[in-house]
Design a protein around this ligand. Structure first.
Ligand code: EPZ
Length: 419
């Protein structure tokens, strides 16, 4: 078991190169399964979730190697369309392999995905859409046996909610299907756009990039290509929040401010100064920051749910009161107890959380309960007085590539210890 020990109160200063996006790398790894020949995926973050996706590919018989942030995938040796239960449990994104596997082989056997720490995370929208495309689904003892005896065919799918995962699964199933698939009310997250760009580079025919209606014209074959994964916008948001928390000055490199509108808007309300160019963001923050009157999570381009906990941590010491409303997940305030333990003043009422800024947070022994909740505790610890011992950091390792190295390089006093 590993933990992070943080001596808070250091002002962050310097440059950080932003890692590749986990939530883009995962569906693109699944998409590589659809291609003939090799895909070379650059800028893949080295994370436990990415390793899990590689293990799913290997268990299917594909060749998959990761070296220095480059993953090479060759699916020509694919033999097995059953995803082992243990790998399904390891991460929620394992479900994205369903669309890819069906698109490639017409069959897939798998259990329900794990990673449900944010409240119920059903996959009904994924399954309904696939059924509409000709997939028969039989459930037996919690295992889904999916097959498309007559092949997958295009159709019009209207999503009740712009689910990221469902949009990805439909895209993956549709690119090799017969005819045209239209997704109405598709998710518009930048990671979806990245997946579409990769698929197009492999030969897919897709229009409506970045729009809520996407049209996919099925093609006979896709061919592997070399593709660079986009920068991680939530990791960018995390280090922006860390700068805000510590009154720091950071230059974030190899990122994309264009995918961070909702976040930058909130930073402005916090009275942080920032400047963006094509690939970098410079932030200079004065501590304490200003409170944000209302912060509501929304599908893209709104404020992302993945940054809610992280910005709550940064606003714990703000001047004034901030009100959060979480509209995407039912149970995404699990970090609040630990923040209160560190001295924060937060009240939860249903989907709302009211954060009264306090003068100071103090270090404490706290545990990460989920990925972004864990990142929030890290941000809080950086700005707290004294020592924080952060445990259950395997959650953080799912999404942050070597956070202690990144933060030490900009002045944080942080170390990882094994116990
Ligand atoms: C993706 O999860 C991300 N994961 C999440 O990031 C992110 O929080 C989420 O999108 C929202 O932006 C990856 O990309 C790997 P959804 P996903 O389907 O696809 C409901 C992180 O921290 N819903 O858009 O699972 C669902 O219950 C992770 O990196 C249904 O009801 O999100 C939820 O309330 C955590 N039925 C809402 O939609 C369905 O069939 C959003 O889910 C599917 C979803």
């Amino acid at each position: 078991m590993q933990k992070l020990i943080i001596q808070g109160g250091q002002r962050l200063e310097g440059e950080i190169i932003i890692q590749g996006a986990k939530n883009s790398a995962l569906p693109i790894l699944a998409a590589a399964l659809l291609c003939d020949g090799e895909s070379i995926l650059e800028n893949c973050p080295e994370l436990s979730d990415v390793y899990a996706a590689c293990r799913i590919l290997t268990s299917a018989g594909c060749q998959c190697q990761m070296k220095q942030h480059v993953v090479r995938v060759n699916a020509e040796s694919l033999t097995n369309s059953e995803i082992p239960e243990q790998l399904m449990q390891e991460m929620r994104s394992s479900i994205i392999f369903l669309g890819a596997m069906l698109g490639k082989t017409g069959v897939c056997t798998l259990g329900y995905p794990g990673g449900c720490e944010l409240g119920p995370r059903p996959i009904d929208l994924h399954l309904q859409a696939l059924e509409k495309m000709g997939v028969r689904i039989r459930e037996e003892n919690g295992i889904l046996h999916c097959s498309a005896p007559k092949g997958l065919h295009g159709t019009k799918i209207h999503l009740q909610f712009p689910s990221v995962g469902a949009t990805e699964n439909i895209l993956l199933a549709a690119v090799l299907a017969e005819g045209e698939t239209i997704i109405v009310n598709a998710a518009r997250e930048p990671e979806i756009t990245d997946l579409i760009h990769y698929l197009i580079s492999c030969g897919a025919k897709i229009t409506g990039i970045g729009c809520s209606t996407i049209r996919i014209q099925g093609v006979k074959k896709l061919y592997g290509c070399t593709y660079r994964i986009m920068p991680d916008r939530i990791v960018t948001a995390t280090w922006l929040a860390a700068a805000a928390m510590t009154g720091g000055t950071l230059r974030l490199l190899h990122t994309d401010a264009g995918s961070l509108e909702g976040i930058l808007d909130v930073l402005e309300q916090m009275h942080c100064s920032y400047y963006c160019d094509d690939t970098s963001i410079f932030i200079s923050a004065r501590s304490p920051v200003h409170a944000v009157r209302s912060l509501k999570t929304m599908p893209y381009p709104g404020f992302p749910t993945d940054a809610q906990a992280i910005f709550m941590a940064a606003l714990c010491r703000a001047e004034g009161t901030s009100v959060f409303e979480e509209t995407i997940f039912e149970n995404r305030y699990r970090h609040v107890d630990a923040l209160i333990r560190m001295g924060a003043d937060i009240q939860i009422a249903g989907r709302a959380a009211v954060v009264h800024g306090v003068k100071q947070l103090h270090g404490a022994p706290v545990s990460a309960t989920d990925l972004r909740g864990g990142a929030a505790l890290l941000v809080a610890a950086l700005g707290a007085q004294g020592e924080t011992v952060l445990t259950e950091i395997s959650h953080i390792d799912r999404g942050y590539d070597n956070p202690e190295k990144v933060l030490s390089a900009v002045g944080a006093d942080i170390r990882r210890v094994s116990s």
